[in-house]
Write a protein of this length. Structure first.
Length: 219
């Protein structure tokens, strides 16, 4: 009686290598797309964060202080030497803080979601990634540094930046070198004095937007 052998069907080594190669190629094509999509989502969060900073922080401060917006700092000496972001943290979270401590800010709207140590000033470990425009009062670094500004005196507020993605915790007279246009895929985010926020693409120049970091009275 003749012996019958069952045929065994399966992948050969060559077929397996082909499948692995196809998967590798597809992964190489898809992963960058997914990474870019993630970064696009993060920059949308950044734009939203700054809108909330305006409504939940600056507007509360303005209501409490007779229409004035805070200076970049309260004053030159302790205990009135907190930076603008620490002041707004009190208003948004109802929690008093006096010292620079990034633990307070992480995962809050006052922390840029794509802030990294190579996009902030070296040594500024407490920098949230956002900087406030200190030139609004038009009084120089000192005492303008500490001078509040009355919101209803800001001319062309829809064209003037208040807070932006920044190298340091402040920006000033057309300091585009402080403005991090490379922070996000689409550029850098700016919160304007009228409360809207938007992205500026990489390559944006001060000549194209002369009022972006201008003083309150500039036109």
């Amino acid at each position: 009686m003749a012996t019958r052998y069952k045929a065994h069907h399966g992948f050969t080594l060559t077929a397996l290598l082909v499948v692995i190669a196809i998967i590798s190629i597809m992964a190489a094509m898809i992963l960058p797309v997914l990474s870019k999509a993630r970064r696009l989502a993060i920059q949308t969060i950044c734009v939203s964060n700054l809108k909330q900073v305006y409504v939940g922080g600056f507007m509360h401060y303005v209501d409490d202080f007779g229409g004035f917006i805070s200076g970049v700092k309260e004053g030159p000496t302790w205990p009135k030497n907190r930076q603008w972001d620490k002041i707004l943290y009190d208003y948004y979270f109802q929690k008093q803080i006096r010292y620079h401590n990034e633990a307070y800010f992480r995962n809050s709207i006052l922390w840029c979601p794509e802030r990294s140590y190579n996009t902030v000033k070296p040594g500024a470990y407490w920098n949230t990634g956002y900087g406030m425009q200190y030139a609004l009062p038009d009084r120089g670094w000192d005492p303008g540094y500490y001078t509040p500004t009355r919101m209803n005196t800001i001319r062309k507020s829809s064209q003037k930046g208040l807070v932006s993605d920044s190298w340091d915790w402040h920006t000033g007279w057309n300091l585009f070198n402080q403005f991090r246009l490379d922070r996000h895929v689409g550029g850098g985010t700016v919160l304007f004095c009228d409360g809207h926020s938007r992205l500026f693409p990489p390559g944006t120049t001060s000549s194209a937007y002369p009022l972006l970091f201008a003083t309150a009275l500039a036109e």
